[in-house]
Design a protein around this ligand. Structure first.
Ligand code: PRT
Ligand code: ZN
Length: 212
């Protein structure tokens, strides 16, 4: 029988919850040997373990049919995939932060400032919509140290508790957008795969209702 291929994060903040969600849907997955892929024992599903950054592209291309990752990554990559369900875990916000002793009285603060981020597309949309010109420094990681090393005047990054910002002498001044883990899908699923996705969605919703 045809199997639906789901891509989930191999190791990271969303991995455990992603496996847990499958389990709550009655889908048994084991990845004891940390393989790249595995097959569910009681549902026609193949599970691919990938870096979250690679998931939108693989789902767009159909290498995976569906995937679980942060909505922030889906927005940033802007691939041709469908967001089908918000999953209620991996909650965070994408915020602007500046050195804690700087005065702040509104987004105009950022006019002609340099801002370091791993989310340049989301950030430039935000400032374009406000008609504010900024200089965006795209970084792969360690964004929080950008101001202390003189690379930028402010940063735009993922925040959950806020302690990373505090540890780096920064304060959060604007929440641009809130994010959580989502289920995404390829836009051209076969009828059988579409049916398997519907079955999974039905179980996810039942689980969410039970929890709420
Ligand atoms: O290896 P791979 O590429 O798969 O993983 P990754 O390192 O790129 O991603 P990972 O596992 O760090 O995050 C995956 C997803 O989890 C993100 O895309 C978000 O949707 C979500 N998420 C939720 C978070 C956080 N909370 C979070 N706090 N992602 C990152 N952080 C980081 C943030 O970048 C900052 O460095 O945690 C720090 C801030 O945390 P606080 O609690 O100090 O504010
Ligand atoms: Zn990543």
């Amino acid at each position: 029988m045809e199997k639906i291929k789901i891509a989930i994060q191999k190791s990271g903040r969303l991995s455990e919850n992603s496996i847990e969600l499958l389990k709550e849907c009655g889908i048994k997955v084991t990845n004891g040997d940390r393989k790249l892929k595995t097959v569910a024992s009681n549902f026609p599903m193949e599970v691919l373990f990938l870096r979250d950054d690679d998931i939108p592209q693989y789902v767009e291309q159909g290498v995976a049919d569906i995937g679980i990752l942060g909505e922030n990554e889906v927005w940033e990559q802007d691939k041709n995939v469908q967001i089908v369900e918000q999953l209620g875990f991996g909650g965070c916000r994408l915020s602007l932060a500046i050195p804690k002793d700087d005065d702040y009285n509104g987004v105009d603060y950022f006019n002609n400032k340099r801002i370091a981020t791993s989310y340049p597309k989301i950030l430039s949309k935000f400032f374009d919509a406000k008609g504010i010109k900024v200089d965006i420094e795209a970084l792969g990681g360690s964004v929080e140290i950008a101001t202390s090393i003189g690379l930028a005047d402010g940063i735009f990054d993922i925040v959950s508790t806020g302690s990373t910002l505090i540890m780096n002498g920064l304060k959060e001044v604007e929440t641009v957008v809130r994010s959580q883990a989502v289920l995404i899908s390829n836009k051209n699923l076969s009828p059988i795969k579409k049916q398997l996705l519907d079955e999974m969605l039905f179980r996810i919703k039942a689980y969410k209702n039970g929890k709420g």
